[in-house]
Ligand binder design. Structure first.
Ligand code: PBG
Ligand code: ZN
Ligand code: ZN
Length: 349
């Protein structure tokens, strides 16, 4: 060892737990975690989702009891997903958005009207959370796939292709209605071209420009890792796939263009999704949008996979969960959407 060159020695710098804690650029904090929760339209529901270990579909009447202990432990933000299950399915009509009157809640109509119905699960949940947890930051996922009968993220033309303009118009309308109900943040996950600009315009025109954050799922890939979520939300497409709007897994260049576009269209936060297989994209986003908060979504399949590996004895769950999010932070993420949030609140206490 005496012959080893001074420039060869690194271990002296991290032999102690305290010196190891200085090796990350940023330490994990509780406020880095945003918790995705599923709100269904049975107000008393508390239904375990089999493919998402420990996660439930909640009815609005259960939210206070469920969130109370988490808020006490330091939960600072949630993202809401509506899961309308008590809807009659109709065959998809094809139309321009302005031609279709709002139907009453309960009818799945190809227009996605339950998304922002006054009595629908998301609007109700926003109000309950605002009233009971004044410091909890509420983001709302905005998409049409949970609400349309065909399960696609936008409206369709007769040939099954995306009808972009009415889709974007409707997504902006839903976003504004979530803002009116009290959401602090709207997060469009639909991947329709031009929706960030349309939502920003809508928010500004409705007086929410300086009050509501716009978080864009900018680099969202067509991934195999959304399976448990589609189970949970009942949002699997009834035909076809999402490859014409979600990005191909190989598409580094498209992801970079989408990030730059969304920055230009007024996004306040950029997101990469899924997270762990796309760390290079997170690093690209950190470099392309260095002055924006950068979110990543550790999606349902990543969460299920980490649990499955732990159950198979491949690693210890907590160690792997830490390694996964530490990797995301190392790549440049400042905010992580994850079903592990309740666990991290415990682990970081
Ligand atoms: N647009 C809906 C949406 N919003 C978030 C997810 C995935 C979240 C997860 O898997 O945890 C999806 C699924 C999809 O696009 O098919
Ligand atoms: Zn969708
Ligand atoms: Zn297609």
């Amino acid at each position: 060892m005496a012959s080893m060159d001074i420039s060869s020695i690194l271990q002296g710098g991290y032999q102690h737990p305290v010196s190891r804690s200085w090796q990350g650029r940023r330490a994990l904090t509780k406020s880095m975690f945003m918790y995705p929760i599923f709100i269904t339209d049975d107000p008393n529901a508390s239904v375990l989702i089999p493919s998402l270990p420990g996660q439930h579909r909640w009815g609005v009447n259960k939210l206070v009891e469920f969130l109370g202990p988490l808020v006490k432990k330091g939960l600072s933000s949630v993202i809401l997903f509506g899961v309308p299950l008590n809807c009659v399915k109709a065959s998809p009509p094809y139309f321009a958005v302005t031609d279709i009157p709002l139907t009453s809640y309960g009818l799945q109509d190809g227009r996605g009207s339950p998304a922002d119905d006054e009595n629908g699960p998301v609007i109700q949940a926003i109000k309950v959370i605002r009233a009971n947890f004044p410091n909890l930051y509420i983001a709302c996922d905005v998409c049409l796939c949970e609400y349309t009968d065909h399960g696609h993220c936008g409206y369709l033309n007769e040939d099954g292709t995306i009808h972009t303009e009415p889709s974007v118009q409707r997504i902006a309308q839903v976003s504004v209605n979530y803002a009116k109900a009290g959401a602090h943040c709207v997060a469009p996950s639909d991947m329709m071209d031009g929706r960030i600009k349309a939502i920003k315009r809508g928010l500004i025109d409705a007086g929410f420009g300086n009050k509501v954050t716009l978080m864009s799922y900018s680099a969202k890939f067509a991934s195999s890792l959304y399976g448990p979520f589609r189970d949970a939300a009942g949002s699997a497409p009834s035909f076809g796939d999402r490859k014409c709007y979600q990005l191909p897994p190989t598409a580094k260049g498209l992801a970079r263009r989408a990030i730059l576009r969304d920055v230009g269209e007024g996004a306040d936060i950029i997101m990469v999704k899924p997270a762990l297989p796309y760390l290079d994209i997170i690093a690209d986003a950190a470099q392309l949008a260095p002055d924006h908060p950068l979110a990543c979504y550790q999606v349902s399949g990543e969460f299920a996979m980490i649990h499955a590996g732990a159950n198979a004895g491949v690693y210890e769950l907590k160690t792997m969960a830490f390694e996964s999010v530490e990797s995301m932070v190392r790549a440049g993420a400042t905010l992580i959407l994850t079903y592990f949030t309740p666990d991290f609140l415990e682990w970081l206490s």
